[in-house]
Structure formats: structure tokens, C-alpha cells
Design a protein around this ligand. Structure first.
Ligand SMILES: *Cc1c(COP(=O)(O)O)cnc(C)c1O
Ligand SMILES: [Zn+2]
Length: 426
């Protein structure tokens, strides 16, 4: 990768974190220095962050973590930055809600909502990955950061870079939801809409990253960015009283979040913060763009790309999922499964979660809950074991998905008689 090399040479990493030791190829295991590269030069395998788990196990205890501020940075030994975090200090530690009303409807014993619909500051789980990527970008000396996004990442890069005083460019498919566009523009970022689906946005961004030497959070900074997702898994385990749930259902776009929740649970077991126990991870996609779920269902190693995604779950509409292959692997080794659902089922699930638990999720949340329901009904997820549903984004950002699906409010004159009549008629 010629473009990454250039960046590598300019941006030497500052300081040192003894627990985060190297970048490592997922395919061949070759180690690389902790710089702005993301692909192995031998086999084009993705690079990921490697840690010294023995040193972390000797250092980190439940008690120590309990004393730290309630943010994603309480697990900082397991995150890939060298110095203290400088961007997104308040991100994470979102509620884990025991959802007993929902449990009654679904006919299960123990189900929880991990609610990143209220993650700070931009109301999606993407604030976690951006906090890590921008903190790392700063350590490497990048002044301009950028991303290819299906919406939520754009919002988060725009907001967090504004707060950090960094310049930003965000690239999105031009036809995203109005609110996703607005929620980027307001921060004064340079927003560029691309006429084409996400995959073409992403390809263009690889070219731009090479030419302009910016820190693209999900291109040349991807190994760092992706690690931020682990904190959702760390928090789930801690909030359950240091216990890994038996079943975790996770929405998939590129498939990264799913692989990182798997990695998070595995790391907690490895360093002894939770007891070893069996757990399964399940992936959820919308049928209109379900390349990973389709591969799973056809028992294939090969992900058939989706050229023209057609779903209201735009945040998940990635037709060429970069981590799809590894997501299938995570589901297989943990005994999980993948499921997909229709737009109709997405809308029903958004309403079900709102009406039972008072939580308004975006379309991706509808996907996750609809697929959870199907996995329970098909017997893939047993009814008497612990289940966590990962809600990753806020319903206020995708209102067009349900606008036409809700009843209109009653309108009356300011008169008690009119109200009496209204009550009597309903
Ligand atoms: C980005 C995103 C995901 C998952 O993305 P991955 O690429 O699979 O890590 C899930 N939900 C929402 C709302 C998102 O914006
Ligand atoms: Zn390799």
C-alpha cells in the first residue's frame, strides 16, 4: 500500500503504551509498528491491534475499574492509544436496561437492552469508535480527519472533531435520511454527498486518503477505530455484574461491531475479569442488504456482494462488508447465527421496543430486535437463558421510517365538552 507508507513515514507514533504492543495481520500474524496502516503488505489481510494480555491481567482488577469515571475509557488498558485520551472523554457507559415488559411479549426469561441510542454526544454507538480514532489521530499528528459513512459515523466525526478543534471531511451517499445529513452539517464539517451507494463512497475515500494524507477513521485508522467497539462488550459484562451474557444480538453493517464484541468477551475471559463461560454472538441485517446473513444461511465462506441495497435501514446498508468473513467466523466459533428481516418487520420492532420499554431506536435497532424475535421463535436462541440486544442508534435520526405508520394525533378545541366527546368516541 503505497499511500499508507507515505503516511506511515510522516506520522510516527508518539509516546508509548506498554499494553498495546503492535498491529498484527489477522491472516498471517505478521506484526507491524503502531502507525496509520490497515492492510498487510504480504496478503492484504486486515490489521488489528495486539496487546500484552499477561501484563494487563497483572495490572487490571474489577475494583480498579470501579473507581474510574463512568465512560468507555475505564477499560483504557485494552484500547489502542499511547497517552491519555483527548477526544470523546464522556463517551460510553450507556444504560443496560433489564427489559421485562419486552420479555413477556417475546416469551423469554431474561433480556436486556444495551442502549447506545443515548450514547454521548451523537446518539449512536459510533461515538465509541470515533473517540478512539480521533484520540489516536491526534497522537499521530493528523490535523484533518475524515470518514466514509452511512450516516451515524458522519455525525460522530463531525461533532467530535469540532469539539477537538480538528478539521473534518465526511463523505456519505447523497440520499441519506434528512436528519443524518443535518446532524453532520450543524457542526460545520465539510459534508460531501456522493452519487452512489456506500461502497462507492468507501472506494473513493481510499483514493482520497492516499492522495491527501488525512486521517480517515475507517480507512487508514481502521485498526484503531474498530477497537472502540469493544467497549460496548466490556460494559455489557461489567453491567451484568462481571458476567458475559449467553446470547448477544448485534446489528451488522461491515460486520466489525460483531467481531469486536466477540473479541471483548474473549479478552475479559483471557485477563480473568469474568469467569470462562460459553457465549454466542448473533448478527442481524435487513433483508434488502444482507450479504453476511445470506452467506451464513447458505453455509458459505464467500460473501456475495449486494450491488444495490434496498432497505430503510440505511445505516446498515453496506453491500461489500469489510469484516463479513470474520463476522461469519465469530458466529460459527461461538455457536451463534445470523438472521435478516423485512422493512415491515423493522418498523414493527421499532414500535414494539418503544411501546414496551420506552426506547426509541433507529431502523438499525428495529433490525436487531426483529431478528432477535425471529431467532427466539426459530429456537436458535433458547427462551430460558440470558439475552442482550444491542441497540446502536436513535430513532430521532430516522423518523421518516415510521412517520406514515403512526396514527395522527387528535385535535380538539380547548373545551372540556370536546374532550368528553373525544373520550366517549374512542
Ligand atoms: C455503523 C453502525 C452499525 C454497525 O456497523 P459495523 O460496520 O458492522 O461495525 C450498527 N448500527 C448502527 C446504527 C450503525 O450506525
Ligand atoms: Zn498478512
Amino acid at each position: 500500500m503505497i499511500e499508507s507508507k507515505t503516511i506511515t513515514e510522516i506520522k510516527a507514533s508518539a509516546g508509548d503504551n506498554p499494553y498495546f504492543v503492535a498491529l498484527k495481520c489477522r491472516e498471517c500474524g505478521k506484526r507491524y509498528p503502531k502507525v496509520a496502516i490497515h492492510i498487510c503488505e504480504d496478503d492484504f489481510g486486515p490489521l488489528e491491534c495486539a496487546y500484552d494480555y499477561d501484563a494487563i491481567a497483572n495490572r487490571l482488577t474489577r475494583e480498579e475499574i470501579a473507581l474510574r469515571p463512568k465512560s468507555m475509557w475505564r477499560y483504557r488498558e485494552l484500547l489502542p492509544i499511547d497517552g491519555p485520551p483527548t477526544v470523546g472523554l464522556q463517551v460510553g457507559y450507556t444504560p443496560l436496561v433489564r427489559a421485562d415488559n419486552l420479555a413477556r411479549v417475546l416469551g423469554v426469561d431474561e433480556i436486556y437492552i444495551k442502549n447506545d441510542a443515548v450514547n454521548y454526544p451523537t446518539l449512536s454507538f459510533k461515538d465509541r469508535v470515533v473517540a478512539v480514532a480521533l484520540s489516536r489521530a491526534r497522537e499521530m499528528g493528523f490535523e484533518t480527519v475524515a470518514c466514509a459513512s452511512t450516516g451515524n459515523l458522519a455525525n460522530s466525526v463531525a461533532a467530535n472533531s469540532a469539539a477537538a478543534g480538528m478539521k473534518s471531511f465526511v463523505f456519505i451517499p447523497y440520499d441519506l435520511e434528512r436528519s443524518k445529513v443535518l446532524n453532520s452539517l450543524v457542526y460545520g464539517t465539510r459534508l460531501v454527498g456522493i452519487r452512489g451507494p456506500y461502497d462507492q463512497v468507501n472506494r473513493l475515500c481510499s483514493e482520497i486518503a492516499g492522495k491527501y494524507g488525512w486521517g480517515f477513521v475507517n480507512v487508514n485508522l481502521r485498526p484503531y477505530y474498530a477497537e472502540g467497539s469493544k467497549t460496548m462488550g466490556f460494559e455489557i459484562a461489567e453491567q451484568l455484574g462481571w458476567r458475559v451474557p449467553q446470547h448477544t444480538v448485534i446489528p451488522m453493517a461491515s460486520g466489525s461491531l460483531l467481531t469486536k464484541i466477540h473479541k471483548a468477551y474473549t479478552e475479559l475471559q483471557r485477563i480473568g475479569l469474568v469467569a470462562d463461560s460459553r457465549f454466542s454472538v448473533y448478527g442481524a441485517q435487513a433483508s434488502g442488504c444482507a450479504p453476511i446473513a445470506q452467506a451464513w444461511k447458505s453455509r458459505s465462506e464467500i460473501i456475495n456482494f449486494v450491488r444495490e441495497p434496498r432497505t430503510i435501514a440505511k445505516s446498515l446498508a453496506i453491500g461489500t462488508p469489510a469484516d463479513g468473513y470474520y463476522a461469519v467466523g465469530s458466529m460459527r466459533v461461538t455457536g451463534g447465527a445470523a438472521e435478516d428481516c423485512s422493512d415491515e418487520e423493522i418498523v414493527e420492532a421499532i414500535r414494539l421496543l418503544a411501546e414496551t420499554e420506552g426506547i426509541f431506536a433507529e431502523t438499525a435497532g428495529g433490525v436487531t430486535l426483529a431478528c432477535t424475535k425471529k431467532l427466539i421463535e426459530s429456537g436458535s436462541i433458547p427462551r430460558h437463558q440470558s439475552i442482550v440486544v444491542c441497540i446502536t442508534g436513535n430513532g430521532l435520526k430516522t423518523v421518516e421510517a415510521i412517520t406514515d405508520r403512526l396514527p395522527s394525533p387528535d385535535v380538539i378545541n380547548p373545551s372540556l365538552k370536546d374532550f368528553d366527546a373525544l373520550l366517549a368516541s374512542s
